[in-house]
Design a protein around this ligand. Structure first.
Ligand code: 5RP
Length: 237
């Protein structure tokens, strides 16, 4: 691994470990998806081996497999419609703690788990912190409606592209059996309005814009030397 990749891993590990250290005995924990959450799972598993009792709700097959292998007890949203804390990564975070997520196509379950959580902890490295959201927005779409949804997305002034799988011909199929359309907007002027406009298209299941959780969000920005914690003034610890 080159120096840059090592530094990035260090930053992600620092953020992931700090988030895991915020988990308390007896909590129900939402487990996000991705390479930063991977470190959070690693650290949480250490706490579980040392006697901490938690039950976790995974947001993807990948996370479920990792958590199970690490010995973290799993549960479901059916059994825990309200959960104590959810920890997840992000692709971009803006100063108002709004997010773009979904690089790993797990944003539908991630949004369900974040919505059910009393507290939402976002773990990122410092490259993810931006002044203005501008990354492509992943949108999970029912295959049945893919063509009309693409047409409606174009009306919102973006270039929608169906995400292609790697090591499989054809489109990515999400854990929920849907397609993902990546939408590059020339500019995201009002993220809340855009999230609502995308959600209003019949056939759209969920977008990777996360604007509704800012009041319960804490962002942990990992760095090589230290972590910075950005907490919404509305968060009750
Ligand atoms: C998956 C996600 C991830 O949480 C997000 O892409 C961040 O991943 P990573 O920590 O690997 O950069 O939204 O759908």
């Amino acid at each position: 691994m080159d120096q840059k990749a090592q530094d990035l891993s260090k930053a992600k590990r620092a953020a992931g470990y700090k988030a895991a250290d915020m988990i308390k005995d007896g909590m129900v924990v939402g487990l996000g998806t991705g390479s930063t959450v991977y470190y959070m799972i690693e650290r949480l598993a250490e706490h579980v081996r040392n006697g901490m009792r938690v039950s976790a709700i995974p947001t993807s097959f990948q996370t479920a497999i990792r958590a199970r292998e690490a010995g973290i007890p799993l549960t479901t949203l059916d059994d825990n419609p309200v959960i104590d804390i959810a920890v997840d990564g992000a692709d971009e975070v803006d100063p108002e703690l709004r997010l773009i997520k979904g690089r790993g196509a797990a944003h539908l379950r991630e949004k369900c788990v974040a919505a059910a959580a009393r507290q939402f902890i976002v773990v990122v490295d410092d490259q993810k912190v931006v002044r203005k959201l501008g990354a492509q927005v992943p949108v999970e779409v029912m295959p049945f409606a893919i063509m009309p949804v693409m047409a409606r997305l174009r009306e919102l002034e973006c270039e929608p592209v169906i995400r292609e799988a790697v090591k499989k011909d054809g489109p990515v199929i999400t854990d929920n059996g849907n397609f993902v359309v990546d939408c590059k907007f020339s500019s995201i002027g009002n993220p809340e309005k855009l999230e609502a406009a995308i959600a209003a298209i019949p056939g759209v299941v969920e977008s990777g814009l996360f604007c509704g959780f800012t009041k319960k969000t804490t962002v942990i920005v990992g760095g090589i030397k230290k972590c910075t914690v950005i907490t919404s003034p509305d968060v009750v610890a």
